[in-house]
Design a protein around this ligand. Structure first.
Ligand code: ZN
Length: 140
């Protein structure tokens, strides 16, 4: 379902509520006016967006990606709640996300993580148990 079709259905639902009130209040002044006739005249079939919203920007233009070999190896917390599950295919726990910044120089980490990796290295177990409470099993 697209955002547009959700908007159209919500708008039409609101319109019908308005038609109901118009018919209730004015049907004695406008003969033949019914919810159906108003619906026929004013029903919304499409929406047109003027300008681009931030939402469509992020949908349509994904950020330029740094290749995995050039990418910092640090684990980041990422979203809240963070990614935390057991991957049966790889037989290991997946916690957090990988930093999206490029590696600095010949090191494995970006300029920020070269100094400190609070959540450890991506692909290895984190140095703390802060992810544990978010652990979910996708299979169950
Ligand atoms: Zn990093």
């Amino acid at each position: 379902m697209s955002l547009d079709s959700i908007l159209v259905s919500l708008l039409n639902r609101d319109m019908e509520q308005i038609f109901r009130e118009i018919v209730n209040d004015y049907n004695d002044k406008v003969p033949g006016m019914t919810i159906e006739s108003l619906n026929k005249m004013f029903k919304i079939s499409d929406v047109k967006r003027i300008g681009e919203s931030k939402l469509t920007d992020s949908f349509e233009k994904p950020k330029e990606k740094i290749s995995d070999t050039c990418r910092c190896m640090a684990r980041i917390w990422g979203s809240t709640p963070p990614v935390a599950y057991y991957c049966h295919k790889k037989s290991k726990y997946i916690y957090g996300e990988r930093c999206t910044r490029p590696k600095k120089g010949n090191g494995d980490y970006c300029g920020l993580h070269i100094k400190n990796i609070p959540h450890g290295r991506f692909g290895e177990l984190p140095p703390h148990e802060h992810f544990e409470k978010y652990l979910v099993t996708p299979d169950s």
